[in-house]
Design a protein around this ligand. Structure first.
Ligand code: SF4
Length: 285
């Protein structure tokens, strides 16, 4: 009997019109999201709450709304003097600004150009090598590029971040960005208990980051946000049911969660010292 071929799910892509694209943000003063949804489809994605409002019948990662008029709307918002005074802008807070559709639509590029020219302090965070296309804009003194690197293990990354660039490409992107004169940072996280947070894994990761000339490295752990545990539990259980049970106990118990934070802070300090990492370390726990 022939084995049935499982076809990958194609994301449902819809072009939409938006009325606003520059919005208040808890990360920077503002955030710009040119897409709703993200085909990187990370298992731990905190932005999956967007699925409560859009495409409720589809899994996170299976849909993207493309805000095709985002640059025109942003230009109008910037021009409304006084309403959006200059400040810091994060690209992007609920999608990856450089997910594959950006190659076709270039909405992030057009918005980035407007923001940089208007004097906003722009922070781009991505898991995609596609950002290399926009190094000419990111070399501006008011721009910073941050690559998220959760693990060096390409197999693990393919399971937890199936649509994103492989870890080696992200390291190479940081190398090239630094060589292009761009201010570079790394976001290490969320570290996944039992999958990517061992002392050995942290040491290897920091050793890879140390030569990159990073200004700052942010560290984050897995946190419970809307829909994250249901998405993560199968993945953790596949790897090791016992470890999944321990992670569940830690995440849902304040005392164990605080103990884990203390352990992780110490493990990060140890790994950073051993690697000789000169970047400032910002542990967000
Ligand atoms: S790249 Fe970011 S926004 Fe996209 S799925 Fe992954 S965590 Fe979510």
């Amino acid at each position: 009997m022939e084995e049935e071929q499982v076809q990958p799910v194609r994301p449902v892509v819809q072009e939409v019109q938006c009325r606003s694209v520059l919005g208040a943000s808890g990360i920077c003063d503002y955030a710009v999201n040119c897409y709703t949804g993200c085909v990187h489809g990370c298992a731990y994605c905190y932005a999956r709450f967007m699925g409560r409002f859009h495409h409720v019948d589809q899994a996170w990662g299976d849909f993207v709304d493309v805000k095709v008029n985002a640059p025109e709307v942003l230009a109008k918002q910037i021009a409304r003097a006084g309403l959006f005074p200059s400040g810091s802008v994060f690209l992007s807070s609920v999608c990856d600004a450089y997910q594959p559709l950006e190659e076709k639509y270039a909405l992030t590029r057009k918005c980035l150009l407007l923001l940089v020219q208007a004097g906003y302090s722009v922070h781009v965070q991505t898991k995609s090598r596609l950002v290399c296309r926009d190094f000419d804009l990111l070399a501006a003194p008011n721009a910073t590029l941050c690559l998220t690197i959760t693990t060096l293990d390409a197999g693990l990354a393919a399971r937890i971040e199936p649509g994103a660039s492989p870890p080696a490409d992200r390291l190479e992107t940081l190398r090239r960005a630094r060589a292009a004169g761009i201010r570079v940072k790394a976001f290490v996280g969320p570290l996944l208990p039992g999958l990517s947070d061992s002392q050995e894994q942290l040491s290897e990761l920091f050793a890879a980051l140390a030569p990159l000339g990073l200004e700052e490295v942010y560290i984050d752990r897995l946190n419970l946000r809307w829909g994250v545990w249901p998405a993560m539990k199968n993945l953790l259980g596949e790897a090791d049911p016992q470890s999944a049970a321990a992670t569940r106990a830690m995440l849902f118990d304040d005392h164990r969660s605080r103990a884990y934070n203390r352990w992780l802070r110490a493990a990060v300090r140890k790994a950073a010292a051993a690697a000789g990492l000169s970047a400032s370390i910002n542990v967000i726990l």
